[in-house]
Design a protein around this ligand. Structure first.
Ligand SMILES: Cc1cc2nc3c(=O)[nH]c(=O)nc-3n(C[C@H](O)[C@H](O)[C@H](O)COP(=O)(O)OP(=O)(O)OC[C@H]3O[C@@H](n4cnc5c(N)ncnc54)[C@H](O)[C@@H]3O)c2cc1C
Length: 512
């Protein structure tokens, strides 16, 4: 018998949609190309002892009554899947030459800290932070499911948000004439977007910045715990998650998608899979190309015409006999830049592939929870993240594998030089494991076109009214992915839950 829902891809939005449907008594089957479930949120173990999450570092919206909590409650998982809060007094530690700022949860405290650093700019700083608060409140009202009565009640906030529809973060910095160093400190979590202030949608920045202010979290039992819990719900209700199954084509009759063709990557056998409804968690553009773009309505084709977000470089490292807590690390991320301007930092690394003065983020997952994991007790995991250009790495890898490996090592070395100069002298002496990932690694293991990190690029154009949603214009076929919702752990959980709510009529996020 064919399942009620055949889901292509096992990213977070797909797992949440599948788990909620399975929990509601529907049959669910997932086809996933990779050997691990979770998409960008998958976890892998190397050298038989070191475990890393591919991409997830810190997440938001996990507090009581917030999106993630609501979904977990619906699935009966809220007691077993729990989260540890980052330090609310400083969840992001921003470091640049001459300045350091720990971002606190409280907006008023943020104003105070910035005012100490920039005493002549107190009013501008206050104005900027208030604009962020107001825009954030307005955006909440404008997010689906929209309640017209609330729009009227919060007219001032909604208007403030609406006026920034096309603003970049830089536009708003300029509006308030913030000093350059204050801009850089505020935007130093730019790797969460892989876009500099002059390209980044103000909406995207506000949503994430305020989301983390309200609570930045790490999964108590690491993120594999969350992914495995969703898989378990699906399987315990008779559903299946078939790994190593690459979908190579969609079956379409007229305007109705009826199934897919998939190859078992372990046997290279191809088989057909059908479902009453097909849910597409893979990149919508990639799926549309497989199906034939001409089959989609004009409106959907226009929405599918997004450019991809930039890609990234990751280094997964393990240090031994070194307690990073003695060197300024803890329940927070550290973001470092050697540049005064992040717009310039981005251009240097992304456009010119020059990493001699890197801007990067450092996360230390083993310091965020006491839960044991596949990592020896005398070791700690530390991960480095920065931006990288897909085309450059792709060409380098295809042309000269040695040069590709050398470039990856050069980037890591450049970051480690900064770490040893500013944070942990002799860091390399303690380094017992390192592996690096480039944009082509993303493409290989997360199956994302052009190694894109966040789906569609988070520019005002892609974050505006023409943004793709779950509607495909084809019958029995829905998108459910970061590019048809929003990227990030909580936003993709929201995306999956919202689609569940729309198809089932079971309201878990709010009326709509
Ligand atoms: C460097 C980096 C850091 C990040 N850090 C954070 C963070 O700290 N906090 C946070 O909240 N978010 C973070 N994110 C974002 C977050 O991880 C993603 O937005 C989210 O996981 C995307 O989920 P998704 O549902 O869109 O599916 P995806 O993760 O895109 O999954 C799609 C799935 O489809 C599968 N697939 C693709 N093609 C096929 C095919 N043909 N057949 C079968 N299966 C296929 C893929 O293998 C994959 O499993 C980060 C992302 C990156 C890249």
């Amino acid at each position: 018998m064919q399942p009620d829902y055949l889901i292509v891809g096992s990213g977070l939005s797909a797992l949440v949609f599948g788990a909620l449907m399975a929990n509601a008594g529907k049959t669910v089957q997932i086809l996933e190309a990779h050997e691990h479930p979770g998409g960008f949120g998958h976890t892998f173990t190397l050298a038989k002892q070191y475990t890393f999450n591919a991409q997830l570092h810190y997440v938001w919206d996990c507090g009581e009554g917030q999106t993630v909590n609501r979904v977990l409650k619906k699935l009966g998982l809220e007691q077993s899947v729990t989260f540890e809060r980052y330090d609310p007094k400083g969840f992001d530690h921003m470091r640049m030459p001459g300045y350091s700022l720990d971002i606190p949860s409280e907006p008023e405290e943020l104003i105070q800290r910035l005012s100490v650093l920039f005493p002549n700019d107190r009013d501008r700083i206050r104005g900027f932070v208030q604009e962020v608060e107001k825009t954030g409140a307005g955006l909440k009202k404008l997010a689906p499911p929209v309640k017209p009565a609330e729009l009227l009640q919060s007219a001032s906030e909604v208007l403030c948000a609406a006026q920034h529809l096309n603003s970049t973060l830089q536009d708003v910095f300029d509006k308030f004439k913030l000093p350059q160093a204050a801009q850089t400190l505020l935007a130093l979590q730019w790797l969460d977007f892989l876009l500099p202030p002059d390209q980044l949608s103000f909406y995207a920045w506000v949503a994430l910045f305020r989301g983390y202010q309200a609570g930045a979290f790490y999964a108590t039992n690491h993120f594999e715990d969350v992914v495995n819990a969703f898989v378990k719900v699906i399987e315990s209700q008779g559903g299946k998650v078939l790994l190593n199954h690459e979908v190579t084509n969609f079956r379409v009759t007229g305007k109705t998608v009826t199934g897919v063709e998939a190859m078992d990557l372990t046997t290279h056998q191809t088989a057909e899979f059908t479902g009453n409804t097909i849910i597409c968690n893979i990149d919508p553009q990639k799926a549309a190309k497989m199906i034939g773009e001409e089959k989609f309505s004009k409106t959907v084709r226009r929405k599918l015409n997004y450019e991809y977000s930039a890609s990234n470089f990751m280094a997964y490292c393990v240090v031994k006999d070194l307690d990073l807590r003695d060197y300024g690390f803890g329940k927070w991320n550290v973001s470092h830049t050697g540049h005064q301007s992040l717009n310039e930092a981005f251009a240097q690394m992304y456009d010119r592939h020059d990493f001699s003065n890197p801007s990067f983020a450092i996360t230390t997952p083993t310091l965020l929870t006491d839960a044991s994991r596949d990592c020896p007790e005398d070791c700690q995991v530390v991960e480095f993240l920065t931006v990288a250009n897909y085309d450059y790495f792709r060409q380098l890898r295809d042309r000269d594998r040695k040069a590709y490996n050398k470039k990856k090592q050069e980037i890591l070395d450049s970051m480690l030089d900064v770490v040893e100069a500013h944070y942990v002298p002799n860091f390399r002496k303690h380094l017992v494991f390192q592996i690096t990932g480039s944009p082509t690694t993303n493409e290989r293991y997360c199956w994302c076109p052009q190694g894109n990190s966040y789906g569609s690029n988070l520019t005002p154009r892609n974050m505006g009214l023409g943004r793709l949603n779950h509607e495909t214009s084809l019958n029995q076929f829905y998108f459910c992915n970061a590019s048809s919702g929003y990227p990030g752990f909580a936003p993709t959980i929201w995306t999956g839950a919202l689609l569940y709510q729309r198809l089932s009529g079971d309201v878990i996020l709010g009326d709509g």
